[in-house]
Design a protein around this ligand. Sequence first.
Ligand code: SAM
Ligand code: SF4
Length: 326
Amino acid sequence: MQDQFGRTIEYLRLSVTDRCNLRCRYCMPEAGVAELSHADILRYEELLRVVAAACRLGIRKVRVTGGEPLVRRGIVKFIAQLAALPEKPEITLTTNGLLLAEHAEALKTAGLSRVNVSLDTLRPQRFEELTRRAGLEQVLAGIAAAEKAGLLPIKLNVIPFADFNDDEILDFARLTLEHPWDIRFIEFMPISSDLDYASRDGLPMGQVEARLQTLGNLEAISRQENSGPAIMYRLSGAKGRIGLIPSVSGHFCGECNRLRLMADGRVRGCLFDNQETDLKQVLRDGSDDHALEQVLLTAACAKPEKHLINDKDFATPSRRMHGIGG
Ligand code: SAM
Ligand code: SF4
C-alpha cells in the first residue's frame, strides 16, 4: 500500500476502545468519556476483517492500543486471531500496565510479540497525582510479568514535563543499567489544549538529551530497521537502551508508514489531521472484501504529506489522544 507521496504503508495502529482505567491529566478529562453505544464501536469480527484486508494490502505490523486496550473484554482472544492471520503480522501492544500482570502469559501464548508500557513516574504519589488513580505497584508488577512471559524487549514510554517529572529523567535512564529495557522519552504533543497540560509544559528532547549527557558515556546507537522514529543511545555497560522521540521538534513525516484505525471504524492517516475515512458503512452494508480494500487504499492515499503542529494556524485535533490511540 503506497500513499500519494510514495511512502509504503505497513504499520497499523489499532485503537480497540477509547475507554481507560486511568485518567492521565494530559490525556483524559477527570469524568472519563461518554460511553459509545454498541452500534458505534466495531465488533471484534469487524476489526479483524479490516486488519485482514489491511494485511493483504501490505500491513506487516499491528499495534493494539486505546484508551486502555486491556479493559476491552475478549482482548486476548482477539489478539490470538490477529496473530493467526495468514500474513502473520507482528502484533504489539501499548498499555498503561495496570492489567498486564494478569494477562501477560495469556498474551504471549496468544501470539503477542511485545509490549510498550506507558509510565511517566516511578513515585507512587506522583503516579496518583498524574493519573488520578493509585496503581504504580500494579504497573511495576505488570512489567515484571511481561518480562517473565517473554514479551521482549520491554519498552517503557515516558513523557517528561517541566517541573513535574523532569527530576526523574536520570532515574528512568539508570533503569537501563540493570534492566534490558528500552526507556523511551517522548515529546508531549499539543493534542487537547483544554486538559491540564499545555505544550509549554512538555520538555523538548534537546533538553532531555542534555540532562542525560550528565550521566556521562552516552553512546549513540546507529539506526536499525524497525526502530521507528526513536534516536537510540546506550549508557556504557548498560543492559538496556535509551530512546528519544522528538515527536514535535523532529521531522519524521517523510518516513511515516502508519495508518490509524479507531474503535468507531474511522481511519486517520495522521495523528494530527482531522481528515478521517469511515469504514463502518462498507463493513455493514454487505459489501465484499474487495470494496473494503478499496476504501482502505483511499484512506492511505488521503494521508497528508506532513503534520502542521509547528504552524501558527495549527488547530488541535478533534479527538483526544485516548480516542486516537497515541
Ligand atoms: N492506555 C495506553 C497507554 O497509556 O499506554 C494506550 C493508549 S495511550 C493514548 C498511548 C500513548 O499516548 C501513551 O504512551 C501516552 O502517554 C501517550 N500520550 C497521550 N497523550 C499524549 C500527548 N498529548 N502527547 C504525547 N503522548 C501522549
Ligand atoms: Fe489512559 Fe493511556 Fe490516556 Fe493514560 S495515556 S488516560 S492510560 S489512554
